[in-house]
Design a protein around this ligand. Structure first.
Ligand SMILES: [Mg+2]
Length: 501
């Protein structure tokens, strides 16, 4: 009999707590994987909520100082937990919405609350959105979540004259030098104007400037400087990370780091995560056979950018490198060169990342790397799924009943029969399902509900995860609970007719 601690590590999947399991879309045999690559931000390094507050505070300051927004924006109190991944911004109308897997619009938010029924119907009913529509922006990185939240708050603020909601919404000149211009037909406000320099701030412009200001903060290093001044305040240190990496290595796998972050930032964050954590690895670099920074994913997968060496003094070598050495930090590079120099075949690589587009989708499309997607939000979602199990089952039962009744009603309608009782029954079922759905959604996220679902459908984000990630899980260290030769099997490796047999 194994001691309990060892048992937990080699236990079959059912012994792994549900929120810590690794879920499989496409069969993956870990014993066939020889190289495991990791993204850093939000994959190895999980940021604290303090990071979102810092981003919000800095971007609002910048909007006021450099973009001419009124001082009232500094009073916006950031709401963490409002936005989820997979939301889209309609920059033409100032709305934020969630889509299902067929790209139909679900919940819509405008300013401080849900968009009114009529506008919602007018703008989105029966409209399938095209990814090519320039006024629709999909938000798929965790880094961008504060922007969504702030956008809604700023729309509200600008529409209401920079004053609290108690003000009459259409009172021109109210508040801090702003006023609101209504639609030509007198309906909901369309643009806000800032009096001081007479600029018009349309919904589109507000989004563009918010994005620009946030990008600047990332690009010019001011945000990172604040994080580096107090890394433990902003980045969690998962006590199981060293052990997880060590287990991969002990089973003969080679590890590499592939991050878009710059060398000095990477160095500081990785040191925080791993330094002194395991006696066999004196420095963080000892865990990895290769460490690549400023990789510019997703371009990395298609570019011809050479690798360059980061020198001891932090400067970057001019000469493109012709061999990749352990213990050296590199910048740039590209997928072809990496495969050639490091001897990666393709499907012997598992790449672990959190960004659906930069890490997962592009590597899946341009390479034969296998992918593991880290979705930190899942931990809480899965805990809630357990807590709400009875309600969720009841909702599924009601939805199934309603679906069957609707089929009956449609069949009767073909024969021009109108069954009053059936209609009443259906109506009652829908009301109950709706109420229950709201109760459940409120526990997950009052504005958006569950991350992977949009009512009865898969959400657009859920569909992307299903399409592109071979496996997905809430954190990298969940791999620690699985044998390094585990065979992840997808429930989808059978077709419907095979299952129904
Ligand atoms: Mg990342």
């Amino acid at each position: 009999m194994l001691p309990p601690s060892t048992m937990a590590l080699v236990a079959p999947e059912s012994r792994v707590p549900y929120p810590r399991r690794i879920f499989c879309n496409r069969n993956l045999r870990l014993d066939r994987i020889r190289h495991v690559g990791f993204d850093m931000d939000y994959t190895l390094a999980i940021y604290e909520e303090t990071m979102e507050h810092l981003q919000a505070e800095m971007v609002l300051e910048r909007l006021a100082e450099r973009y001419g927004y009124p001082a009232a924006v500094l009073g916006v109190k950031y709401q963490p937990g409002f936005a989820i991944r997979g939301l889209a911004v309609d920059t033409a109308h100032g709305n934020v919405f969630k889509m299902d897997s067929h790209r139909f619009v679900g919940r819509v938010w405008h300013g401080a609350g849900p968009l009114d029924r009529e506008s919602r119907k007018r703008i989105y009913t029966n409209r399938k959105l095209s990814p090519a529509d320039p006024s629709i922006v999909m938000v798929d990185t965790i880094f961008s979540l504060p922007e969504i939240s702030l956008y809604c708050q700023l729309v509200d603020l600008l529409e209401h004259g920079g004053e609290p909601r108690a003000h009459a919404p259409h009172a021109n000149g109210a508040g801090d030098g702003m006023h609101v211009i209504a639609h030509a037909d007198g309906s909901a406000p369309h643009v806000a104007q800032i009096h001081t320099d007479g600029r018009h701030v349309s919904y589109e412009r507000l989004w563009r400037e918010l994005r620009e200001a946030m990008d600047e903060l990332h690009r010019d290093g001011t945000l990172k400087a604040r994080i580096l001044a107090d890394v433990p305040r902003y980045i969690q240190r998962d006590p199981n990370l060293a052990e997880t990496l060590h287990r991969f290595r002990s089973s003969g796998k080679r590890l590499f780091l592939l991050t878009n972050s710059e060398p000095h930032y990477t160095e500081a964050v990785m040191r925080h995560l791993l330094h002194g954590e395991h006696h066999a690895y004196p420095t963080w670099n000892d865990y990895f056979d290769l460490a690549i920074t400023s990789a510019r994913k997703p371009m990395f997968f298609a570019s011809e950018e050479p690798f360059r060496e980061v020198k001891e003094d932090g400067t970057i070598g001019h000469e493109p490198v012709t061999a990749l050495r352990r213990g050296v930090l590199y910048t740039g590079g590209n997928f072809q060169e990496l495969s050639r120099l490091a001897g990666l075949i393709g499907d012997d690589v598992l790449y672990v990342g959190d960004h659906i587009y930069g890490d997962i989708l592009r590597s899946k499309r341009s390479t034969s790397w296998r992918t593991a997607m880290v979705i930190p939000e899942m931990e809480r979602e899965l805990e809630l799924t357990i807590k709400m199990a009875t309600e969720i089952r009841e909702l599924e039962r009601l939805e199934e009943m309603a679906f069957q009744l609707e089929l009956d009603r449609n069949a009767l309608a073909l024969d021009k029969i109108r069954n009053v009782e059936l209609n009443a029954q259906l109506k009652e079922l829908n009301v109950r399902a709706q109420a229950l759905e709201t109760t459940i959604a409120n526990d997950f996220n009052p504005a958006w509900g569950q991350i992977f679902r949009d009512r009865a459908e898969l959400s657009a984000f859920g569909a992307q995860v299903e399409d592109y990630a071979c496996v997905y899980t809430s954190r990298v260290t969940n791999f620690r609970s699985y044998s390094p030769s585990f065979y992840f099997r997808s429930p989808r490796d059978r077709m419907a007719h095979e299952i129904a047999r």
